[in-house]
Design a protein around this ligand. Structure first.
Ligand SMILES: [Zn+2]
Length: 254
């Protein structure tokens, strides 16, 4: 049993062979996939996909890149989608100070607003954080997500990880953990408690070794599981089981 907790299967990169990619995931032991929305259109597509496949779940939310284009209509639309029983989280939301595609003050405002919406509907949040560690920490301290959340594709330091774990967050690992130059994430994976980590692909992005350079897909989440097993001195099966159990706890699905 393996949960790929962060995939973008609605992406056009999967247009020609989506069914095969999903079959390959199942053949490789991936029992569940969470398809993550990041805009109105992708949130809708995530829900449509989750409705079609019993083992696929969805999230809804607006990425910090698009924070500047939101309005009251956006929130009405997402709140309606969030009523679907296959929607298990609000996200991906957060701050991206690397690309800065929306003004930072608007990113912060829209992040807070979406934490409040998640609290209103009782969903955990999926957090995207790029080069915004300080602001993310202070915002989640002031506006805690009541159903918890996960830092997706966690790349921060162990120092910050300790603070997040204290606040009850989960940390999710992806392809970059398998790269030769991975330092922070290796240190974090070594030390993260067994009941607080998840695995993901973020496909079609962040392809793990030895497939780096190709399109990523849910079957490749096995490489992330293997790497954590190697680092923690556990079996592949144990890491698959722990990360799946953690996903079920955070997203409240059996
Ligand atoms: Zn993503």
């Amino acid at each position: 049993m393996i949960w790929d907790t962060h995939a973008h299967l609605d992406n056009e990169d999967f247009q020609s062979d989506r069914e095969k990619v999903i079959e390959r995931a199942k053949a490789n032991g991936v029992t569940n996939i969470i398809n993550v929305g990041f805009s109105e259109a992708t949130s809708q597509k995530a829900v449509t996909l989750a409705t079609k496949y019993p083992f696929i779940y969805a999230t809804v939310g607006i990425h910090p890149h698009d924070a500047k284009d939101t309005s009251a209509k956006t929130w009405d639309f997402l709140l309606r989608l969030a009523q679907n029983p296959k929607v298990v989280a609000w996200g991906e939301i957060g701050l991206d100070y690397y690309r800065d595609l929306s003004p930072r003050d608007i990113q912060r405002q829209v992040f807070i607003q979406q934490i409040e919406l998640a609290n209103e509907v009782g969903l955990p949040i999926v957090i995207h954080n790029r080069d915004a560690h300080g602001d993310i920490l202070s915002l989640i301290k002031k506006h805690p997500p009541e159903a918890g959340g996960v830092f997706h594709s966690y790349s921060g330091s162990w120092e910050m990880a300790k603070e997040l774990l204290k606040m009850g967050f989960y940390l999710s690992f992806s392809g970059p953990l398998t790269y030769k130059n991975a330092r922070h994430s290796v240190e974090v994976a070594l030390q993260v408690p067994e009941d607080r980590f998840l695995v993901e692909t973020d496909c079609p992005y962040l392809t793990p070794e030895p497939y780096r350079g190709k399109r990523n897909e849910p079957a490749f989440v096995r490489e992330v599981v293997s790497k954590i097993a190697e680092l923690k001195g556990l079996t592949f099966e144990k890491v698959a089981e722990l990360s799946s159990r953690n996903a079920q706890a955070l997203f409240r699905v059996k």
